[in-house]
Design a protein around this ligand. Structure first.
Ligand code: NAG
Ligand code: NAG
Length: 253
């Protein structure tokens, strides 16, 4: 009886912590955040529309969401890109792509954070966006206009869509966001972090890629998930664990 107890404990302790560590890593891979329009689980979506079709092999968005992502003041959030005059198409395509990544990507798990707001339980925080994707976004938007730095908060929604709050003037993006990093990091309250890494580094998340390549963010998420493995008691050498356990066991048994 006593011998069996000891055996169970010895097998269970180091083993259990190791299993927990692995489970934590796996659960952030191939996952959908708990937010307003995301599917519960990622899966193939053959009918994804337009710019969102990059995710058709495995997506957290539905076909409906992918269509809506391309519309002004869409069913998704009612968000008005044209709050300071019409946003030029070459700029808007980046916001559409950003919406596609947010809604469709199953590779953002390492950066999912609890939000606990009225409209979503989870958000993304500090996703390392590849330098070129952010720089191109800024370049194509720098002459567009906006009245706000943080687009998550502070709008006047009384009309049903976001309008500039009284006293906030429309200015060029380049004045509101003096650099690519300022745009990518501030516009969605730090959902992204500007990465100094290049898009071919395999260490940053891409908004755009050649559909022939396959989704490059799968490997990026895997890299950050393994790096995030917490060192646990499983790292204790077994003799040390034994030394701690045996005197205690002797007292109990
Ligand atoms: C998407 O679904 C919503 C809610 O059912 C609906 O109002 C909207 O028209 C749909 N959009 C498209 C493009 O089918
Ligand atoms: C919000 O917009 C409404 C008109 O739609 C206006 O009457 C109100 O003063 C605005 N409030 C703020 C704080 O800008």
């Amino acid at each position: 009886m006593a011998a069996r107890w000891v055996l169970v404990l010895l097998v269970a302790w180091p083993g259990a912590t190791g299993v927990t560590g692995a489970a934590v890593q796996d659960s952030v891979l191939n996952t959908c955040m708990d937010a307003k329009h995301h599917k519960a689980e990622p899966g193939p979506e053959g009918e994804l529309y337009g710019q969102c079709s990059l995710w058709k092999d495995n997506a957290c968005c539905t076909a409906n969401t992918s269509v809506e992502a391309h519309r002004d003041q869409s069913y998704l959030y009612g968000f008005n890109w044209d709050h300071c005059g019409v946003m030029p198409a070459r700029c808007k395509r980046h916001f559409i792509q950003d919406t596609c990544l947010y809604e469709c990507s199953p590779n953002l798990g390492p950066w999912i954070d609890q939000a606990d707001t009225s409209w979503r339980r989870q958000r993304i925080l500090h996703v390392p966006l590849c330098r070129e994707d952010c720089e191109q976004w800024w370049e194509d938007c720098k002459d567009a206009f906006t009245c706000k730095e943080n687009w998550h908060k502070g709008w006047n929604w009384t009309s049903g869509t976001n309008r500039c709050p009284r006293g906030s003037l429309c200015r060029r993006f380049s004045a509101v966001f003096p650099s690519p990093a300022a745009l990518c990091e501030l516009v969605w309250s730090h959902s992204y972090r500007f990465s100094a890494l290049s898009r071919d580094s395999g260490r940053c998340i891409r908004l755009w890629w050649d559909p022939a390549e396959g989704n490059p963010n799968v490997a990026v998420a895997r890299f950050y998930a393994s790096g995030a493995a917490p060192p646990g008691p499983s790292r204790l050498p077994v003799p040390a664990v034994l030394g701690l356990l045996l005197p205690a066991l002797r007292g109990v048994l």
